[in-house]
Ligand binder design. Structure first.
Ligand SMILES: [Zn+2]
Length: 271
């Protein structure tokens, strides 16, 4: 699969290319991310790949369908917009989309609906969308863009392939094994394991400790945004704790005191 103008996100690209090679793209995606530009670019590429009528790797970018798709004028790629002066999507808009999905495409083999502001789909709207997502006509596909997975009903999420876009690779917790160890122990919730993890931090120098805390903060934010845990409260509290510890480190509080505060603080949150 081609990804013109969409940088980075190599793992995501590999995953989509593999899907494309083995049977084609899914009929429903939710794209999450912090960068609206990247999310919209990926939605455009997916939609173009779905309607592409070229014989080269999709989206070929030069067939008539790709040219219209990338020009934003393909009649079978429909942007489902909410009313400008309303906070949420009106239910009629989603019902109209669901009804329209049963009208055959105009030019392409597929018809693609892009919902750019998925964070503003009420439960009622999501249930209306769900009806068509569960049993869509073979040619209909749906792409929802959103910042927060927590806004979606499980029933809707389970019908969609979820894609996470645009996160800076340097923020990934795997780039700091201590941060990913902390997240794992925090999820397990074993206070003794947390205490012995903290003891291991005492030998870190100031720069290493600060680096760990900053990566950990980013990893916790990532868990809050993209993690599957339904209860985000412990992550909010852990972020508060870590930002306090970062301030302590900046004021040259020793690694022993900081690691002690981390263990006590984390175990208090987990109680
Ligand atoms: Zn094409």
């Amino acid at each position: 699969m081609n990804f013109p103008g969409f940088d980075g996100n190599e793992a995501l690209k590999a995953r989509l290319s593999a899907a494309m090679a083995s049977g084609g793209l899914s009929h429903a995606y939710i794209i999450y991310g912090e960068s609206r530009g990247s999310m919209e670019k990926l939605a455009q590429i997916l939609a173009a790949a779905m309607v592409c009528s070229g014989t080269d790797e999709k989206p070929c970018t030069h067939c008539k369908d790709c040219r219209k798709a990338f020009g934003g004028i393909h009649p079978d790629i429909k942007l489902v917009l909410k009313e400008k002066d309303k906070r949420n999507y009106a239910i009629e808009i989603i019902r109209n989309m669901a009804a329209d999905a049963f009208v055959m495409p105009n030019e392409a083999e597929k018809k693609v609906y892009i919902i750019p502001e998925g964070d503003f789909l009420t439960d009622l709207c999501q249930n209306a969308a769900l009806k068509v997502l569960e049993e869509p006509p073979a040619y209909a596909s749906f792409i929802i863009l959103a910042e927060n997975p927590g806004n979606f009903l499980e029933t809707l999420r389970s019908r969609c392939i979820e894609l996470f876009v645009g996160l800076d690779d340097s923020e990934a917790p795997e780039n700091n094994s201590l941060a990913s160890d902390f997240i794992r122990i925090f999820k397990d919730g074993d206070p003794l394991e947390m205490a012995s993890f903290a003891v291991g931090l005492e030998k870190l120098g100031k720069a290493e400790l600060t680096d760990f805390l900053e990566k950990l903060y980013a990893a916790l934010v990532r868990e809050m945004r993209y993690g599957i845990a339904p209860d985000k409260e412990p992550y909010f509290k852990a972020c508060d704790l870590i930002s306090l510890l970062i301030k302590m480190a900046e004021r040259n509080v020793g690694a022993g005191a900081i690691s002690g505060a981390l263990a006590v603080g984390a175990n208090t949150i987990l109680k």
